[in-house]
Design a protein around this ligand. Structure first.
Ligand code: ZN
Length: 383
């Protein structure tokens, strides 16, 4: 699996140097956009930390490397936000480090979701795993993980823990957690990840070595995506650009049929331009087939990507800079509808809809109708 991890050579070199100089113990925080590979690099760093080879690390061949790749190394533990499903059924412990006597038990449904996460991550460590229900990191699980850190390593060497998306820790976890990273046991590596470090308490930020992961090159993400699809190259380039070169997000957009959905939105805009009545009919009858503001393929994002491209073409006219590069001609046709200023206002209105859908219980169908009326307002009149 390690050979498939790409894109952060500078950080890998830095971390390998620390391991060589025996300065890698302690806490690291990996930050960067969703899907960029923070989890993948947490795993990779753990492998470098443990690898028994003296040459290329991680070698992928030694006992430690092989155990880490399959998530079976007894001294390397993973924690991530998970949803508490069927919360009243406390049946099983769900992580290998869980103390069976501590009472931190969850339903079998939760156990299965945790297993699915691990399976999907071992198939592709860049993959963004989505859960039904709201995931978080509960305090009792964190307590178990602290106990694990105090145990003697099973294989007699180092210990490592990887905790992803730590902003999803229950608020009362923070103090408990600070103690862990303030006094980490020796021979221990703690890797935390977050795509929203601005939401983390300053006390956590100041106690970690912070590595900010940049996005890989467009061509590298294209090559990564090609492993999962026989799709057309142009389609993939749109997806890679929409993901802002974030491998995990690109894969998610591909799986959520971003091209097909984007073309639906373009069809709606075109119908508004032509005033052929289709837009009016869907405003009254349409049931949205895609979410409004999911962060992946959603109507708000798709529309914003199109509008952003229209603004670029209105100003620089360079189609190499647009996201919807496979539909450049259609996007060019939209540039005469509305000034850049008006389209910017349109984007602001969409962002307000996104926010309202995230924060309150605005019905998706209501939000979608609102989006459609905005399309009508902006694209039905020439200016
Ligand atoms: Zn190795």
């Amino acid at each position: 699996m390690f050979e498939r991890i790409f894109g952060q050579e500078k950080h890998v070199e830095y971390f390998s140097g620390l391991v060589r100089d025996s300065r890698a113990d302690g806490s690291f925080l990996l930050t960067g956009p969703a899907g960029v590979g923070k989890w993948a690099y947490g795993l990779y760093f753990a492998a470098i930390y443990f690898c028994e080879s003296k040459d290329t690390v991680p070698c992928g061949q030694c006992n430690s490397c092989r155990a880490i790749e399959t998530f079976k190394h007894p001294d390397v533990q993973f924690l991530f936000p998970f949803p508490n499903l069927e919360a009243s059924k406390k049946q099983v412990t769900i992580f290998p480090f869980s103390d069976p006597n501590s009472g931190a038990k969850y339903s079998k449904a939760t156990y299965e979701e945790v297993q699915r996460f691990i399976e999907e991550k071992s198939e592709d460590p860049f993959r963004m795993v989505r859960f039904e229900g709201k995931p978080n990191i509960p305090v009792d699980i964190l307590r178990d993980l602290r106990k694990f850190l105090r145990l003697r390593p099973m294989w007699g060497g180092n210990r490592a823990i990887l905790i992803s998306d730590i902003e999803k820790m229950a608020p009362r976890c923070t103090d408990l957690f600070l103690k862990t990273i303030e006094e980490p046991p020796s021979n221990s590596l703690i890797v935390l990840t977050s795509s929203v470090p601005e939401r983390l308490p300053a006390t956590i930020l100041s106690r970690c070595r912070n590595l900010s992961l940049g996005t890989p090159e467009e061509e590298d993400v294209l090559n990564y995506l090609k492993e999962f699809t026989g799709g057309k190259k142009a389609d993939l380039r749109f997806i890679v650009r929409a993901s802002r070169n974030s491998p995990g997000l690109a894969r998610l957009l591909m799986e959520e049929k971003a091209v097909e959905m984007r073309d639906k939105i373009l069809g709606i805009i075109n119908s508004s331009v032509k005033r052929d009545g289709y837009l009016d009919s869907i405003i009254t009858n349409f049931r949205p087939e895609f979410p409004i503001a999911s962060g992946g393929v959603d109507a708000a994002n798709l529309l914003i990507w199109i509008l952003r491209d229209v603004i670029i073409l209105q100003n620089s006219g360079n189609i190499d800079d647009i996201i919807n590069c496979d539909r450049a001609e259609l996007i060019s046709g939209l540039t005469k509808h509305g000034t850049t200023r008006r389209i910017e206002d349109f984007i602001n209105e969409i962002n307000s809809i996104k926010l309202a859908t995230d924060l309150s219980n605005v019905l998706p169908v209501t939000a979608f109708r609102h989006l459609l009326s905005l399309i009508k307002k902006n694209f039905s009149k020439a200016s």
